[in-house]
Design a protein around this ligand. Structure first.
Ligand SMILES: *[C@@H]1O[C@H](CO)[C@@H](O)[C@H](O)[C@H]1NC(C)=O
Length: 292
């Protein structure tokens, strides 16, 4: 069945490419994990389940694990459904991010899920690196138990903004402020990555809560991998194509309903914002100024 599916997908892609006459637009909705990703860290700790349409990540005392997309993308949207480690997940970090893999001028868009003791809320940390400059952490405590079920986490990356959302609710927006002289990630394609590892020196309550290995192995689950973006040699020309749906009017800024939800998250669930951390930034970074 997986085989038929793949053939069907390839046929569809072939038709689309040939009907349009040009291969500038790539929509990737993989049937299985291995269509779009490969394991980059510890093969034995990533298991295919449900015919390869979902995976289980394992963290134990011997190792964590990680995977990466086979391609890099320039603008677009990446979504995954993730079910995080249940119960006592303190000291663990599950990450889902995009990264240009260029160390000195790194562009990176991060979701990091910081585990917690049983019954205490998971924290989602986001960060944005633009042309090598990061240190833009924000933290939101989730308003549901992300280990009880799958929830959808998306990164939307357009010419106007980067938007992180959880079940369609925006939790962070980083705007393109090039007009004000601020770097914005737009020149380098980024790969899609995920890792599960132990970071009990900082992750939970600033490192006070240590991982409890007697609860290991720890399991996180991923499914519904959905990457839609420009890839391959044609990426640059594709990225400029205003017909890409993610560059459409509905994605240039939050609509009224999304803006209301975003405000709700910021007012009720945000626990840290680098913009208001006076000890780190006596003068708030320019992108934090009102109206920017
Ligand atoms: C863990 O729970 C504590 C206590 O409720 C909370 O202050 C903290 O933000 C939670 N998240 C992390 C990652 O420590």
């Amino acid at each position: 069945m997986g085989y038929t599916n793949t053939v069907y997908h390839q046929l569809l892609l072939f038709l689309v490419v040939h009907l349009l006459g040009v291969a500038v637009f790539v929509v990737a909705r993989p049937a299985t994990f291995y269509d779009d990703f490969s394991v980059t860290w510890e093969e034995s700790h990533i298991r295919q389940i449900q015919g390869g349409t979902a995976i289980q990540l394992v963290l134990d005392q011997s190792s964590g694990c990680g995977f990466a997309s086979k391609h890099k993308y320039l603008f677009g949207r990446v979504c995954m459904k993730i079910k995080l480690i249940p119960g006592d997940s303190a000291g663990t970090v599950t990450a889902f991010y995009m990264n240009s893999d260029t160390d000195t001028i790194r562009d990176e868009l991060d979701f990091e899920f910081l585990g917690n003791r049983t019954g205490q809320p998971y924290t989602v940390q986001t960060n944005v690196y633009a042309h090598g400059k990061g240190d833009r952490e924000q933290r939101v405590n989730l308003w549901f138990d992300p280990a009880a079920d799958f929830h959808e986490y998306c990164i939307l990356w357009t010419h106007e903004e980067v938007r992180f959302s959880v079940d369609g609710i925006p939790i962070r927006v980083f705007k393109n402020n090039e007009a004000r002289g601020l770097p914005y990630p737009k020149f380098q394609p980024m790969g899609v990555y995920s890792t599960l590892w132990e970071a009990d020196d900082w992750a939970t309550r600033g490192g006070l809560e240590k991982i409890d290995w007697s609860k290991a192995p720890f399991y996180a689950y991923y499914k519904d991998f959905d990457i839609e973006g420009c890839t391959g040699p044609a990426a640059a020309s594709c990225a400029e194509n205003p017909n890409n749906w993610w560059e459409g009017p509905g994605y240039k800024q939050l609509d009224a309903e999304q803006a209301r939800k975003y405000k709700w998250v910021r007012m009720n669930h945000m626990i840290y914002d680098y913009c208001t951390d006076k000890s780190r930034y006596p003068v708030p970074p320019p992108e934090c100024m009102a109206g920017i």
